[in-house]
Design a protein around this ligand. Structure first.
Ligand code: 13P
Ligand code: SF4
Length: 354
């Protein structure tokens, strides 16, 4: 549906009044009505890097989910205030690893005698607490666009990696990109005693994968890939690495949201694509390339939007911007000093990856 013209005008007016005081960042999974007002759009890596690009901006309005706003707060100066237009915009994957569970896991690894040899690598999609844990234990953050480099770095620091919280990104990177075998990976289940693993299993494993997943990408299946190949002969299947291993293994191309956009920009006219990632992005790309004779379809019509990404809508954005105009900062995301210190260590290790 087209956006309410009144709200569009209000967002425009508020942004204009704020001028350089506000910097609006938008993740690729955001609604069109929100993306329209973003000064910068990007994947998680680009947005983490760009958050600090405008140190003069007093306010950073982050159109994305909670962990992204936290990361922006960690990576920007104290004078900059980060706003998340709807505090309910969380991420179910990030919620799958709590600080207590991860501390317990580290104890299990310590008791099995493997903690000293283990380097934590945490996906950006995690809370600031998990990032701080990672920094404290000599590890790094990664995103879907640098997971391989992060793992290569980690294996220079130790013999094993504890990969949090997305088991699929961890497994896909290890197996598809780095040639490890599925047997090198074990899954730590935080809901089972000792993660459901014996000390022997922990000692034998190279990749210890946290049992977390994305509820959106987890719904694409091998059937989704097989069905689309049957329906559209010659189709290129391009999926996000948060998809299950069997989906990634059956796909033609795999990459982050930024990678997906670049791949479609470079695709020749007449080519056909089935995309396995969030629906807002796929729809936007299908519309954008429709007149260039690139057929772009959603990999599986039964999969839905990311409901938390979608919580940021035009009314919430207008509310956030107009509050700032009135001198009131709503929904500020502020990470405490100690957490910030260690989380920043881990984030900076990622930003320094070759
Ligand atoms: P990227 O934009 O880094 O590919 O991340 C996808 C995602 O799920 C963010 O929540
Ligand atoms: Fe989290 Fe998945 Fe939504 Fe990304 S798409 S914010 S990983 S639930």
């Amino acid at each position: 549906a087209p956006s309410d013209p009144d709200l569009v005008a209000r967002a425009r007016a508020a942004k204009e009044k704020l001028g350089d005081k506000v910097f609006v960042l938008g993740h690729h999974y955001q609604r069109d009505e929100v993306i329209e007002f973003a000064d910068v759009t990007g994947d998680s890596f680009k947005l983490a890097r760009d958050a600090a690009a405008r140190p003069d901006a007093e306010y950073i309005v982050f159109c994305g989910v909670h962990f992204m706003a936290e990361s922006a707060d960690i990576l920007t100066g104290d004078a900059q205030q980060v706003v998340l237009p709807d505090l309910a915009a969380g991420c179910s994957m990030a919620d799958m690893a709590t600080a207590e569970q991860v501390a317990e896991c580290w104890e299990v690894l310590t008791e099995a005698g493997v903690a000293d040899a283990t380097v934590p690598v945490s996906y950006m999609n995690s809370s600031a607490d998990i990032k701080a844990f990672t920094g404290r234990h000599g590890g790094t953050i990664c995103t879907s666009s640098n997971a391989r480099r992060a793992l290569e770095w980690a294996f220079q620091q130790g013999q094993k990696v504890l990969f949090l919280p997305d088991q699929h990104l961890g497994r896909n990177t290890a197996v598809r990109d780095m040639g490890m075998s599925l047997e090198d990976c074990v899954v730590y289940n935080p809901h089972k005693p000792n993660g459901g693993l014996t000390p022997e299993q922990l000692r034998a494993a190279t990749m210890i994968l946290w049992r977390g997943h994305c509820s959106v990408h987890g719904r694409f299946s091998l059937d989704s890939v097989n069905d689309v190949r049957e329906r559209i002969p010659g189709v290129n299947v391009l999926v996000h690495p948060e998809c299950k291993h069997e989906v990634v293994a059956a796909a033609d191309y795999v990459g982050s949201t930024e990678y997906i956009i670049k791949a479609l920009e470079a695709a020749p006219a007449g080519s056909k694509w089935a995309i396995g990632t969030e629906l807002n992005l796929v729809r936007r790309l299908a519309n954008r390339f429709a007149d260039q004779d690139k057929e772009i379809v959603f990999l599986d019509k039964t999969v839905c939007f990311c409901s938390t990404m979608n919580r940021i809508d035009l009314p919430h954005l207008v509310w956030a911007l107009e509050s700032l105009v009135a001198g009131k900062v709503i929904n500020r995301i502020q990470v405490d000093k100690e957490t910030e210190h260690f989380a920043k260590l881990a984030l900076e290790r990622m930003l320094a990856l070759p």
